[in-house]
Design a protein around this ligand. Sequence first.
Ligand code: CIR
Length: 293
Amino acid sequence: MSFQTRLTRRCLGGRDLAVGKFRQQERHSMTSKSFTFSHAICRKPSRSIVDGLRAVDTGAPDLGVFESHHADYVAALRETGANVTVLDALDDFPDAVFVEDAALCLQEGAVVMRPGAPTRLGEAAAIAPYLDALYDEVLHIQGDGFIEGGDILTTEREILIGLSARTDMAGVAEFISLVDRWGYTVRVVNTPPDVLHFKTDCSLLDADTILSTKRLDASGCFAGYKVIHTVEGEEACANTIRFNNLVVMPAGFPRTRDKLISAGYDVREVGNSEAAKLDGGMSCLSLRFSPGA
Ligand code: CIR
């Protein structure tokens, strides 16, 4: 594998967004590490879930229903053969069930994030010991910047990070400086206005294919990938996950589901009504990884 390190400016959607140190890797590898996982970590929803953050208040989530959906989600991940750890609920952090935002797990090591939502900052310290137990190398975002896992899409060829209300350039710059040692290409893009996280609007389906809303794809950030669009009116199902053989997606989006089935994916629907009240989807509910693989 040939590497070339250079300082560059990435041009996205016609605009220059960021300067960083990028390492160019060979493209189109035959691996599947971005969607094949031996492990996942989830966290049970807590009683305090009713106080979870939300852009628009459509009513408090029902804990019992949330727990039932969460159990279905964990069962789907386990069905693929993965080792799934379910951590205890954290009453002090109403959004802690959305465990993805507190860390990014790669094969080589994990990065503990610095969430941009003040009520979520403590979730990072809470997840770190579990990662320490699994990885030799656990790095931490420690500067003044912010970055949340929901803004990071890891594909087979690169790591895409969407700047958002939760993720700023200082957080991204520190993240780039940390993962540089593992040889990742990082590309900085924009999250559409009024969209919580970059991955609210997209998911990885396989090494070359992304599920995306039309509004996000219109930015041009997926040039070079095959893109399947969510069906008009079903944008809320863009946040799915490819986890081993399954595409796990929120229930209630039949036209996009059928599109994915027609494209050959093994789709599993999981109820998401309560997480959706807090702007959560499928990716938020787990950290997915294969430590040291
Ligand atoms: C929040 O606003 O932080 C939570 N209510 C939802 C987080 C969803 N996480 C994600 O999309 N990765």
